[in-house]
Design a protein around this ligand. Structure first.
Ligand SMILES: Cc1cc2nc3c(=O)[nH]c(=O)nc-3n(C[C@H](O)[C@H](O)[C@H](O)COP(=O)(O)OP(=O)(O)OC[C@H]3O[C@@H](n4cnc5c(N)ncnc54)[C@H](O)[C@@H]3O)c2cc1C
Length: 647
């Protein structure tokens, strides 16, 4: 215990330069920590983790609600803006992430969702990835978790893995009324969304990666904590504040010999390059935007994306950086009394009370995620007239069977009792329904913007470019307005819709103006990856907000026109930060980047293991599936090595 706990054994570039390791893991994020931890269970192998950020484990970073505020400068969050998106008023999508040990799991909302079995059966049936059907991935979900908050749930939950999780508790009573709203449109209440036998559609009581002391369980904390890193320091090396700049491939061969990297601090024109050698394998776990960036910097990718930058082509790999997939959300907001939203902690007394509760008992609002409930639904099953969910489809098939790819939800409505708009609205306490398309058809790309590994890659965000997604979002938005109306009926206080189709769009334009008018940010030299996050404050004054409220008309799902819905979506749609698939798994090198054992097609000792390998984004949140991928990758590495040894 502090002050006797040894500090984290973070190494510097000079400490590891020129050395050889059995495994080199590029990226100590959500998946990198799992890999390093699992591989280092064997003291006879040597492992090096190269991570761009640092450890920075402090009190704030462990408080669930506060560490979720990724705009806090103390956290290691970064945001990247996409190129302007056609059809959306030239708006850009902003995608948040974190650079530091644990990666995005240090700042995310901690929601621990596997997704329905049908989603993985779809990977098997739709993409031919038969090694990734539900039966094959399920043991790894169990292996990774300790579902201590659901004792005796049954053999489908794990109790001896590192990620402690428990059902989310309601931070404010208003959230409870959403169950009544969901039931009113035909949806069941799902007590455990990670139960593979649970209904595919319903309002789900979410699990969160929060431990019994009320602390965030990040991938770093679960797998590569100071205790683990110190115990294994003889064979596990963690080198932070370095960025991998290139994979060194043996001349004309399919073997990666090592990794070149730089210090993050080194901003000189000709930075010093360091080099480490890999005896066995290199695993890239740099996340969906940076894993393809490293491949491209190394000359592995589409010829036309590499050669114009003067990088020699090492291996033509057409799918690197393609197929960028994301969940896209549109916030719909209801106004409720402040005490019934998370904004209640803006009152100093309430905050102090909750801080005391947290410090003394590990409970209270601060010990929770902002999101405790989510509604999952398949848009085809929503009746066009009544917007009630049908439990049987036109062929009489059960729409609730979670094992069938046919029933994978393509819409999620997250229930977030705070303002989910880009800015706060002074004087208004909003409760957000986050209508989200979770099985999108739209795809984007990640390309190099420069040869500097510290610069952001260029991102063409998919948003809702495909008209099928726009159509799904239309239905999702109207359905969400219907839910909000049912909520009003059940809730004991007035709860009018304030931000929804039909509202005065000038207000939205004003609110989003600052973000939309940003120019030049994607010129990478102007905004290196390590720049501090932008300052955020409201674009609207209290007086303006009051005026808007007085002038606002009643908004309803019955009266909103299709045009109003369309105009609202095009102004308010945002990334939900669940980017995936830029190095997707595939049977052939034309369609994807890695094979079913996560090896880069055409290489014998190079793998990618993070959210970028999903063939497409999951129907649920992406942290637990990323962890599952990393768990599997660790087993692949161990199995392949013992097989080679045996030969
Ligand atoms: C704000 C936010 C909220 C979210 N909420 C949830 C949620 O509640 N539930 C959920 O399931 N999912 C959530 N997600 C998504 C989920 O957290 C991510 O999908 C997942 O954590 C991604 O893991 P990863 O290993 O692919 O990448 P990351 O965790 O991003 O790790 C990549 C790591 O690689 C490092 N790196 C990158 N390039 C290099 C390089 N060249 N050299 C060295 N290091 C490098 C980075 O610094 C980073 O640490 C959220 C994401 C965000 C951003």
């Amino acid at each position: 215990m502090w002050p006797f706990t040894p500090s984290y054994p973070e190494l510097l570039a000079d400490d590891v330069d020129g050395k050889t390791y059995d495994y080199i893991i590029v990226g100590g994020g959500t998946s990198g920590c799992v890999l390093a931890s699992r591989l280092s269970e064997d003291p006879s192998v040597s492992i090096l983790v190269l991570e761009k950020g640092s450890v920075r484990d402090n009190f704030l970073s462990r408080i669930p609600l506060l560490s979720q505020n990724f705009r806090f400068p103390l956290l290691q969050s970064v945001s990247r803006l996409s190129e302007p998106i056609d059809g959306f008023h030239g708006r850009r999508a902003r995608v948040w992430a974190a650079e530091g040990m644990g990666g995005a799991s240090r700042v995310n909302a901690m929601l621990f969702t596997r997704g329905v079995p049908g989603g993985y059966n779809q990977w098997a049936e739709g993409f031919g990835l038969t090694d990734w059907s539900w039966d094959k991935v399920e043991p790894y979900f169990r292996k990774s978790e300790n579902a201590y908050g659901r004792p005796g749930a049954g053999e489908y939950r794990g109790y001896s893995g590192p990620v402690e999780n428990r059902p989310a508790r309601l931070v404010v009573p208003s959230v409870g009324y959403t169950e009544k709203a969901a039931e009113a449109v035909g949806l069941p209440v799902v007590m455990d969304g990670n139960d593979p036998k649970a209904s595919a559609q319903g309002i789900v009581n979410l699990d969160t990666a929060v431990n019994a002391k009320g602390q965030r369980v990040s991938s770093y904390g679960a797998w590569l904590s100071s205790r683990v890193a110190n115990e294994r320091r003889s064979h596990l090396s963690v080198c932070t504040r370095v960025v991998a700049s290139k994979l060194i491939v043996g001349g004309g061969s399919s073997r990666v010999k090592g990794v070149q990297f730089r210090r993050v601090e080194d901003k000189t024109r000709e930075p010093r390059e360091f080099y480490v050698k890999a005896r066995r394998e290199v695993v890239i776990a740099s996340g969906t935007l940076c894993s393809p960036q490293l491949l491209l910097l190394s000359g592995i990718g589409p010829r036309e994306a590499i050669e114009p930058l003067g990088i020699p082509l090492v291996k033509e790999a057409p799918a690197v950086g393609r197929n960028l997939c994301d969940h896209v959300s549109v916030p719909i907001c209801t106004e409720v009394p402040q005490k019934d939203t998370i904004h209640t902690i803006e009152s100093p007394l309430v905050f102090i009370w909750n801080l005391l509760l947290y410090v003394l008992l590990g409970t209270g609002i601060l010990a929770e995620s902002s999101t405790a409930r989510s509604i999952f639904v398949r848009s085809k099953t929503i009746d066009d007239e009544t917007l009630v969910v049908k439990r049987r489809d036109e062929n009489g098939e059960d729409t609730m069977d979670a094992s069938s790819p046919r029933n994978v939800p393509n819409v999620e409505v997250m229930v977030i009792p705070l303002t989910g708009l880009i800015d706060m609205i002074p004087g208004q306490s909003l409760f957000t329904w986050y209508a989200t398309v979770v099985q999108p058809f739209s795809r984007g790309t990640v390309e190099l913007a420069s040869k500097n590994p510290l610069h952001h890659p260029r991102m063409n965000h998919p948003l809702l470019r495909d008209t099928r997604d726009l159509k799904t979002m239309h239905k999702a938005v109207r359905f969400t307005m219907r839910l909000a109306e049912e909520f009003q009926a059940a809730y004991p206080h007035p709860a009018p819709l304030r931000f929804a189709p039909g509202m005065d769009l000038k207000v939205l334009d004003k609110l989003y103006s600052r973000e939309n008018n940003i120019t030049g940010v994607n010129i990478p030299e102007l905004k290196p990856a390590t720049a501090p996050v932008d300052k955020v404050g409201s674009a609207m004054s209290k007086k303006e907000a009051e005026k808007v409220k007085k002038g606002s008309k009643e908004l309803s799902w019955r009266t909103a026109t299709d045009d109003e819905i369309d105009m609202y979506i095009r102004r308010a749609a945002v990334s939900c930060f669940h980017v995936t698939s830029t190095c997707r798994m595939s049977l052939s090198p034309e369609d994807g980047v890695v094979d079913q054992r996560l090896k880069v097609h055409g290489f014998e000792n190079l793998r990618v293991a993070d959210a970028s390998v999903f063939p497409m984004v999951t129907s649920a949140h992406t942290m637990a599936p990323t962890i599952m991928v990393a768990e599997r990758c660790a087993d692949f590495l161990k199995e392949d090595w013992s097989e080679r040894k045996g030969q």
